[in-house]
Design a protein around this ligand. Sequence first.
Ligand SMILES: NC(=O)c1ccc[n+]([C@@H]2O[C@H](COP(=O)([O-])OP(=O)(O)OC[C@H]3O[C@@H](n4cnc5c(N)ncnc54)[C@H](OP(=O)(O)O)[C@@H]3O)[C@@H](O)[C@H]2O)c1
Length: 222
Amino acid sequence: MTIAVLGATGMVGSRVIKEASTRGHQVLALSRKPAGESPGNPNVTPVAVDATDPHALREALAGSVSHGAADAVVLTVRTVPVDEEFLVGTTRRVLDIAAQIGARVLVVGGAGALRSPDAPGLLVADNPAYVPAGIRAVAAAGIAQLRTCQSHGDADCVYLSPPALLEPGTRTGRYRRGTDTLLVGADGRSWISAEDLAVAVVDELETPGPDRLITVAHHGER
Ligand SMILES: NC(=O)c1ccc[n+]([C@@H]2O[C@H](COP(=O)([O-])OP(=O)(O)OC[C@H]3O[C@@H](n4cnc5c(N)ncnc54)[C@H](OP(=O)(O)O)[C@@H]3O)[C@@H](O)[C@H]2O)c1
């Protein structure tokens, strides 16, 4: 596959690029400052693109003289502070282009869009046990991004919610997979390494499941 990763320089994006290119996929590494991304890796093509520029985004995803069209797009962008308008607008632009070129979209979103494990009627975003008031806007933006995916009539989109904690770590190659409810381990922790999340991203692209909202977590064994 040719997999475009928008957010290539990020914590998640860089690991998805490593995982996908190691498995032999061609990767289009998209971000505003792509220089230095996997230099010399023949499977990785860095492309400078600002996600707010629809023409540049279209050219990057649909192909140009330097590279072919994407078969799949991994959207894994983030801004600090959170900018819901940017997130929703970027998601809509990517979905529109992907629908036109027939590419599948995997959005790496937020845990807030999931149901609370002990209170299924309560979204994680609305549960102070997981989301303190200070990061509620981040969680709300993630939900808006999920709604954008769900309401897009034409695009083939799967939204991957991480567990509560997602951080750089070790690649074990294994993980637990769920759908719309936050996964918590026997130790009470809800977490995964960015490396294992990247494994799950590429697995989902290689072997698409039936669910439009999925989540993953550490497999729970040492
Ligand atoms: N527990 C959780 O729910 C949890 C935890 C962590 C992350 N996440 C989610 O995981 C996803 C990835 O997060 P991350 O930690 O990997 O983010 P990150 O490390 O901050 O990286 C963000 C990426 O977005 C790119 N970007 C930002 N604005 C852009 C623009 N205008 N045009 C093109 N690219 C742009 C950046 O590249 P440039 O600046 O070079 O353009 C960078 O590659 C996000 O959706 C985040 O919310 C969820």
